[in-house]
Design a protein around this ligand. Structure first.
Ligand SMILES: NC(=O)c1ccc[n+]([C@@H]2O[C@H](COP(=O)([O-])OP(=O)(O)OC[C@H]3O[C@@H](n4cnc5c(N)ncnc54)[C@H](O)[C@@H]3O)[C@@H](O)[C@H]2O)c1
Length: 277
């Protein structure tokens, strides 16, 4: 079935919805005729997007949320159920980037990465899945990881850690839903380069080692010049999720050529080679 046949009239909650990938998913979901609960910590951007989508006729509830705070995510779930009575689709997407030598990244930045990129997803699962299970009808949980969740990278260790963690968390949840016999489809998204603010937002005001500045600039340029637009990315993701796919891999060409050699090297117990550039 197509995404519009599956999702029209259903209710989605999307975290990190006011920018980049999340905003693309929100715009595409509105186009599919979904009712939307948009969550983000950036209140002004969230209001602007909600107004934009309402102007197209969509029903939208913006909820300023800090996904790192369990109480804030519970309040988000309460608000979503008050407004729409049901949540069919949860997209855990809010995430941040930190770059640097792993031993130099400040402890508070490591902590923020773990609390937002992993804790935020755990908070989403804890706040929404019990009500999905209780309802017992078809529902979806979609977690956004990254090609970086399968290909570890230097100079962004906290990101690699959290995106690998997202794969583990999502696959555990998938198996648990099967064990429960629950009609909840779990999917993991592994975007490649997508135009967004994530690398610009990762540059703290302080001066960084030249290798880090250069790598950040390289990844930003890659996304700006060759990345999918968030809307193109969203269309691919919704179609794959609607088809029932666990693995929602929107840009296989950016993952498979590196994943296969990495897997082969692990099976041969070879030491990791310098990563892709
Ligand atoms: N852009 C890419 O190339 C790319 C590639 C792979 C994976 N991803 C993943 O996609 C997701 C979205 O990233 P993006 O590239 O769109 O970045 P982005 O910076 O454009 O958007 C991230 C959004 O998350 C929000 N956010 C940050 N902290 C939050 C918090 N504590 N609570 C609620 N919202 C918070 C931000 O305000 C922002 O709106 C992330 O999980 C990222 O790891 C992005």
């Amino acid at each position: 079935m197509s995404a519009s046949e599956v999702f029209h009239g259903r209710t989605a909650v999307i975290t990190g919805a006011s920018s980049g990938i999340g905003a693309g998913l929100a715009r595409h979901a509105a186009g599919l005729g979904m009712r939307l609960v948009l969550a983000d910590i950036a209140a002004d951007r969230l209001t602007a997007l909600a107004e934009e989508l309402r102007a197209t006729g969509a029903e939208v509830e913006p909820v300023v949320t800090d996904v790192a705070d369990p109480a804030s995510v519970t309040a988000l779930a309460d608000r979503a159920h008050e407004r729409f009575g049901v949540v069919d689709l949860l997209v855990n997407n809010a995430g941040i980037m930190s770059m640097g030598w792993s031993w130099e990244i400040p402890a508070e930045r490591w902590d923020a990465m773990l609390r937002i990129n992993i804790g935020g997803y755990v908070n989403g699962i804890r706040a929404f899945v019990p009500r999905m299970l209780e309802r017992g009808e078809k529902a979806w949980v979609v977690n956004v990881s990254s090609v970086g969740g399968m290909l570890p990278s230097p100079l962004m260790a906290p990101y690699s850690v959290t995106k690998f963690g997202t794969l583990a968390l999502t696959e555990s949840l998938h198996h648990e839903m099967l064990m429960k016999g629950a009609p909840i489809q779990v999917s993991v998204v592994t975007p490649g380069s997508v135009k967004s603010e994530i690398f610009r937002a990762a540059r703290p005001g302080e001066s960084l080692p030249p290798e880090v500045t250069a790598f950040n600039g390289h990844l930003q340029d890659l996304a700006d010049e060759h990345g999918l637009t968030p809307e193109e990315h969203a269309e691919r993701v919704f179609e794959m999720v609607a088809e029932g796919k666990y693995w929602a891999i929107p840009q296989p060409e950016q993952l498979f050529p590196a994943l296969q050699p990495r897997t082969d090297m692990i099976l041969r117990q070879e030491n990791p080679r310098p990563p892709r550039g």
